[in-house]
Design a protein around this ligand. Structure first.
Ligand code: PMT
Length: 413
């Protein structure tokens, strides 16, 4: 399935929009200060409250400080010209729930959307920061912890509560962090919009090279690295096309996802899109070989001899490097297990790349399927940049920072 490009409101410039969800905990009294801080730092704040939250903070205060109407009732907004709860979700560049009660955390983890806040937050596709705040025993409850873990595993960011005296009289963790800390967390999640106007093609995942209808040759790529690049590029404003082999992760909603299976299908799509993009980041683990023959029926044991004849697949990135325009940037990856630098340097030259991301996939925490990677950037100038263990999203941002610099140089010369 191919998904359409998602056009986020900031693509047409303006201040970043922060969606602030407030649920019914005593810490809601701190949210006017949070709104003030966010507005002061140039953000457009849109508040959504649960009914319980209105007992702790008034919509009037929040509307006055944010300068925007405050949403609290699912049905009060239904007469607006668009599907308002989706429009509110779509407008957000970053979303935060502060305080996030055990009830709201539980509903989000279970996919329950039975009021405006949970409906809006089920529809958001931007980064979400949860700020749990509750009684210490509620917070330690294994079900609440399991719900938080589940939300983390699908990409929610969680700001751990502070420990101290709680409004309920208990002492321990459960206190919502100060508004300054939350505001800082929000601006971290808000990516710079420095790639607006850039058209970036990213490849991700493995390819599958069929032997027959039930068997194929493949590799251990999950697609996480390429998907992280696509996701961060889209968050930074680029128009992103993701040509991906079978992924073990969900492709980001705001990129155009073009699924492929074999190296030749990937080759066809990439070559087709190449003239219309400015940058290619080739994170896919493309199979170098394919079986010479693909049987139409399942092979019987006695049909398979002692060897399988293989043919070489086209080297996609090499062709891009050889045929690229001066203003186009092509970044390749190299997955190595030994003599990584020597092999990486050779690939940078032979494939005519602008930069190569080298990962020694024999290291724990690097390469296939991990959420982290350990990379070295090899540049054409001979410069090398080494990094320690980093989340793949952070590696993606570092790559995109270099891409931006290379693009500026390429356009200026
Ligand atoms: O997907 P993950 O689980 O997150 O794992 C990430 C990763 C290890 C797959 C990723 O970080 C990575 O290293 N990707 C490149 C893997 C690879 O195929 O490396 P290579 O050294 O064999 O190829 C070098 C470059 O040529 C790569 O950019 C590759 O996309 C490209 N290539 C290779 C063969 C081919 N026929 N066509 C190509 O374009």
């Amino acid at each position: 399935m191919e998904t359409d490009h998602f056009m986020n409101r900031q693509d047409s410039a303006g201040s970043p929009t922060v969606l602030l969800g407030i649920s019914g905990g005593i810490a809601a009294y701190k949210t006017p200060q949070l709104v003030r801080l966010l507005v002061q730092s140039g953000m457009d704040v849109q508040c959504v409250l649960t009914r319980s939250a209105t007992h702790f903070v008034t919509p009037l205060v929040l509307a006055t400080l944010s300068g925007n109407p405050v949403y609290e009732d699912m049905w009060a907004v239904r007469d607006r010209p668009s599907v308002e709860h989706i429009a509110v979700a779509d407008r957000a560049d970053v979303a935060v729930i502060a305080p996030a009660t055990a009830n709201v955390i539980g509903k989000l983890a279970a996919g329950i959307a039975d009021d405006l806040l949970t409906t809006v937050f089920t529809a958001v596709i931007c980064p979400v920061l949860l700020c749990p705040a509750m009684n210490v025993n509620m917070y330690r409850n294994p079900i609440v912890q399991a719900n938080l873990e589940k939300l983390r595993s699908v990409g929610f960011h969680v700001l751990d509560p502070d420990a101290g005296f709680l409004a309920c009289g208990w002492e321990g963790e459960g206190r919502m962090p100060d508004p300054e800390v939350i505001a800082e967390g929000v601006s971290h999640l808000l990516a710079p919009r420095d790639l607006v106007g850039e058209r970036i093609l990213v490849t991700a995942g493995p390819t599958e090279e069929p032997l027959d209808p039930v068997r194929f040759i493949t590799n251990r790529s999950s697609g996480k690295m390429g998907v992280a690049v696509a996701d961060r590029a889209a968050a930074r404003g680029a128009t992103v096309t993701l040509v991906a082999g079978p992924l073990k992760v969900v492709p980001p909603a705001r990129v155009r996802h073009v699924p492929v299976r074999t190296a030749r299908e990937m080759y066809d799509r990439v070559i087709e899109y190449f003239p219309d993009v400015d940058v290619v980041v080739k994170a896919a683990a493309v199979a170098d070989f394919r079986p010479a023959l693909e049987k139409t029926g399942k092979m019987k044991k006695d049909e398979v001899g002692s060897s399988i004849e293989l043919l070489k697949n086209p080297d996609i990135v090499k062709q891009l490097g050889e045929t690229k325009r001066k203003d186009q940037i092509v970044v390749g990856f190299a997955a190595e297990t030994h003599d990584a630098r020597a092999h990486g340097t050779a690939k940078l030259r032979e494939k005519h790349l602008d930069m190569l991301v080298l990962n020694d996939v024999s290291k724990p925490g690097a390469g296939f399927d991990y959420d982290t990677n350990i990379v070295t950037f090899l540049h054409r100038s001979g410069e090398e940049e080494d990094f320690g263990v980093l989340p793949k999203e952070r590696v993606a941002d570092l790559i995109l920072d270099r891409v931006l610099r290379l693009r500026k140089q390429a356009i200026d010369t």
